[in-house]
Design a protein around this ligand. Structure first.
Ligand SMILES: NC(=O)C1=CN([C@@H]2O[C@H](COP(=O)(O)OP(=O)(O)OC[C@H]3O[C@@H](n4cnc5c(N)ncnc54)[C@H](OP(=O)(O)O)[C@@H]3O)[C@@H](O)[C@H]2O)C=CC1
Ligand SMILES: O=C1OC[C@@H](O)[C@H](O)[C@H]1O
Length: 393
């Protein structure tokens, strides 16, 4: 009963965040490129409870769509029409651009935003290729601007706790990481940007980027090779994986590394856009989970992309206590009503205000993640998503 109340209260506060008691006089002003579905939960709601951030403008390819979105979310400016994105970038009242465009447009519009002197919060995966990611971060550094790929799961106390459990050595030497990221069929329709090859579609791009990122984070290392990778495609979308399963090897050091990862560590990543119904007709629940096994125990984190909705961290020791395996469950929700996105916003604002964020997803992390996504695509035979052909600064 108490947990049901806690669940309802958490969700209520996520969607009705309290306004900050003392807003700053000159908050950071965000502009959103595209009236994207993800923008409300990922930026607009988190901003409402941050004393030092506001959303000032949205741009959409259609004026009506921009107006409707702006009205719905209380955004003062709405740019619409074919030049709308550039108009938003040229607006001197914007400090930070949020780029939730389709993956294949991330590079073009991030480069243009940086050229316009704006900091950028960029949706995941950062681009279609690692080369583009490298170029964006180099350009940001040259311009003295902040660029952050939006791997929001990283900032949440539940993820940080799992990492701390692993780093404490409690699980012994790591042997296996298993990440599942699958959703039922109704979410990704045929018309979705995720099904368009040129726009950077594919399950490995969309969901695999999380699976790759969290496995590298929890392993405290980068992979050394793709052991196997298999993609499932539909006849009408021959270059877009609706599902990819990949197994990667992690460093064989001949001994333990700082967090205990060692010889024989593998990660299996399972991504699926269209989980088949159970018994052929029962709708499936999304499957978002990560399990890390070591020589002395196992840790499971359920719902790692959205632990703020609900989660369980289960730690099972392989050592017995009173004839039974020791097992415990933890929950770490952090600040009431704070989503992964709210924690991410806190870090971004800290960085922009030259304070040290509690955690930061850095350029190398973004570049390496895409290098290994491309390596998986190569192994599946589908190849990388196409680089941008746009003229960029
Ligand atoms: N961090 C997270 O939890 C999540 C991140 N994402 C990421 O955010 C991005 C957007 O995803 P999502 O919000 O689901 O996508 P949507 O399809 O809802 O939004 C994409 C936006 O891109 C704009 N756009 C510009 N050019 C095109 C084009 N050629 N075709 C289609 N759309 C175009 C549209 O803007 P306009 O209004 O101008 O027409 C649209 O609003 C992706 O990179 C995705 O990976 C998505 C979901 C969750
Ligand atoms: O968090 C997410 O869940 C569903 C995905 O399709 C989406 O792009 C991703 O970011």
């Amino acid at each position: 009963m108490a947990s049901l109340y806690g669940f309802a209260k958490r969700l209520y506060l996520v969607f009705n965040p309290p306004s900050p008691k003392e807003p700053t006089a000159s908050p950071l002003r965000f502009g959103i490129l595209g009236a994207a579905r993800i923008a409300p939960i990922a930026l607009i709601l988190p901003v409402k409870s941050h004393p030092d951030a506001v959303v000032t403008a949205v741009a959409a390819r259609d004026q009506g769509r921009a107006d409707t979105f702006a009205k719905q979310h209380g955004i003062p400016k709405a740019y619409g029409g074919s030049g709308a994105y550039q108009k938003l970038l040229d607006d001197p009242e914007i400090d930070v651009v949020y780029n939730p465009l389709p993956n294949g447009l991330h590079y073009e519009w991030t480069m243009k935003a940086l050229a316009a002197g704006k900091h950028v919060l960029l949706e995941k995966p950062s681009a279609n290729t690692a080369e583009e990611t490298r170029k964006m971060f180099t350009f940001a550094q040259e311009k003295g601007l902040v660029l952050l790929e939006a791997f929001h799961y990283r900032y949440h106390p539940a993820t940080r706790r799992v990492k701390a459990i692993i780093d404490s050595g409690e699980l012994g030497t790591l042997t296996k990481i298993e990440v599942n990221f699958g959703i039922p069929g109704f979410f990704v329709k045929d018309s979705d940007i995720r099904m368009v090859y040129d726009l950077g579609g594919g399950a490995m791009m969309d969901m695999g980027c999380y699976a790759m990122s969290i496995s590298r984070y929890l392993a405290n290392a980068d992979p050394t090779k793709v052991i196997s990778a298999n993609a499932e495609v539909l006849p009408k979308f021959p270059r877009v994986d609706v599902s990819t399963t990949a197994t990667l090897a992690f460093p064989t050091s001949g001994g333990t590394t700082t967090n205990g990862s060692a010889d024989g560590l593998t990660a299996t990543l399972l991504t699926h856009f269209r989980l088949p119904p159970l018994l052929g007709f029962l709708p499936r629940w999304p499957d978002f989970s990560v399990r890390v096994s070591g020589t002395r125990g196992i840790v499971d984190l359920s719902n790692f992309p959205a632990p703020w909705v609900h989660h369980n961290i289960t730690v099972e020791s392989s050592e017995q206590e009173g004839g039974r395996l020791r097992k415990r469950t933890e929950k770490h929700y952090g600040n009431l009503g704070w989503t992964t996105y709210r924690y991410q916003l806190e870090a971004l604002v800290d960085k922009l205000r030259e304070r040290t964020p509690e955690h930061w997803y850095d350029a190398q992390d973004s570049i390496t993640n895409l290098e290994w996504i491309e390596a998986v695509y190569k192994e599946t035979g589908l190849g990388s998503r196409p680089p941008s052909t746009a003229q960029v600064p």
